[in-house]
Design a protein around this ligand. Structure first.
Ligand code: HAM
Length: 419
């Protein structure tokens, strides 16, 4: 047996997956988003330029595919996320509808160490708004997500954490302030090896360190939200006021920086203790420079987020009974008693399928075992065709709930089952 590739999974039951997709499609359309799809294959360069060379995703986790074509086509990879591809599509198609509110979903790939809720192939729903920089847009967007998780999916045991990373100038000034803090001897000599490396390459990521000694030290670190310019400070206050006004509960987490370089201003995550170590099920924020960085227009502010379907499924599994999951259609089973009745059974099934009546045929087994299979499959009616029925153009129909059997004409079956 050849097993599945490490870090991937089979969805043997797609009920919750499809429930989430159907629900987010409805939610997005209510909030005026349209659906797009971008390719799974993208150029490596797209992610180097957007996520940042020193992020974990780009430096360690890319699935890069060697091009078969000689002569140096761009190096290509399996996409690790959906924001950079959305911005690429926005630029490439010269989209003029501003703001462009779009969502998409599909598989993403990251070469991570697999564990509960963390896969190498996983699925994200990505939602982006390109071309609006107003704080109200952030609030409407976060409210949409919050309403989705709490009211549509009935997930309750989660927290929304937010932070404000300021504009590009704030960030540059802050990096100097943070560096000065980190350069203090007692800090440099105490922090872990990973933080030492991050200090040199991607200093704000030190706040993601799980080491308790490092975390203790960073309690006294300067925070970016305390070092904002006047404009950003006003926006940060407005964001908090409007979230409160729209009754969105949130927690300010000054150390939330997110793992990708393109963020500025508002950043947020939805986290749940029910998920264990991989507790973030949705993350996002503003990326006001990305459109320009990827070759598009200069003033094109944007905000977006993505949630992981696998992690949401983990949260929904215990709530399955409470969810308004659409029931599968009522099944009816045709049982031809011998091979001589197979053709009649096929023709009858064809008629029922043409009327959108969910039907299957059991071709093999003794009468007893076929009846058992029909019952196990949840059939409402069983349609038995033996030699007599075949000759007389009838069918023996059995109500599987009451056990009542009745002989009826084959031409009346559609009407009977429709009733
Ligand atoms: P991200 O935080 O890297 O952000 O991923 C978003 C979500 O994808 C996570 O919160 C998690 O639920 C899920 N996820 C990430 N990695 C894995 C994994 N290895 N296994 C299972 N689930 C995973 C982004 O990708 C940004 N593009 C979000 C964004 C959109 N920001 C602005 N617009």
């Amino acid at each position: 047996m050849i097993p599945r590739v490490k870090g991937t999974q089979d969805f043997i039951d797609c009920t919750l997956f499809n429930f989430i997709i159907d629900a987010i499609k409805k939610q997005c359309s209510t909030y005026h988003f349209t659906e797009i799809q971008t390719p799974i294959l993208e150029s490596v360069d797209l992610f180097c330029r957007s996520l940042g060379l020193y992020t974990d995703v780009v430096s360690k986790e890319m699935f890069i595919i060697e091009s078969r074509q000689e002569g140096g086509e761009d190096r290509i990879c399996l996409r690790p996320e959906g924001t950079a591809p959305t911005v690429r599509a926005f630029n490439e198609h010269h989209i003029q509808t501003i703001p462009w509110k779009v969502f998409s979903y599909g598989p993403m790939f990251r070469y991570e160490r697999p564990q509960k809720g963390r896969f190498r192939q996983f699925h994200q729903v990505t939602m982006e708004i390109i071309g609006s920089g107003v704080v109200g847009e952030d609030v409407q967007f976060i409210t949409m997500l919050n309403n989705f998780f709490s009211k549509k999916l009935m997930v309750h045991n989660y927290e929304l954490i937010i932070n404000f990373l300021g504009c590009a100038d704030d960030r540059n000034a802050y990096l100097g302030i943070l560096k000065k803090f980190m350069d203090q001897d007692d800090i440099t000599h105490t922090i872990c090896a990973q933080c030492l490396e991050r200090k040199e390459r991607n200093i704000m990521r030190i706040f993601d360190c799980k080491n308790s000694q490092c975390q203790e030290l960073y309690r006294n670190a300067p925070y970016i939200a305390d070092n904002l310019c006047q404009n950003c400070s006003t926006e940060w206050n407005t964001l908090q006021q409007q979230l409160t006004a729209t009754s969105v509960s949130y927690v300010y987490r000054p150390t939330l920086v997110r793992g990708l370089d393109y963020y500025n201003k508002t950043v947020f995550e939805f986290v749940s203790k029910n998920l264990g170590a991989q507790d973030t099920f949705c993350g996002g924020g503003r990326y006001n420079q990305l459109v320009e960085q990827l070759g598009g227009n200069k003033d094109m502010p944007a905000i977006g987020a993505a949630f992981g379907i696998e992690r949401l499924i983990l949260l929904l599994e215990p709530l399955r009974e409470q969810l308004a999951i659409a029931h599968p259609p009522t099944l009816h089973m045709i049982i031809p008693m011998t091979q001589a009745q197979h053709t009649t059974a096929l023709l009858l099934a064809d008629t029922l399928h043409a009327h959108d009546i969910c039907t299957d045929i059991l071709f093999e087994g003794s009468m007893k075992s076929m009846m058992r299979k029909a019952s196990k499959a949840g059939a409402a009616y069983v349609l038995i065709i033996g030699e007599t029925e075949q000759q007389t153009g009838t069918v023996m129909i059995k109500n599987m709930t009451t056990g009542v059997e009745q002989s009826v004409a084959q031409i009346d079956i559609v009407d009977i089952l429709k009733k």
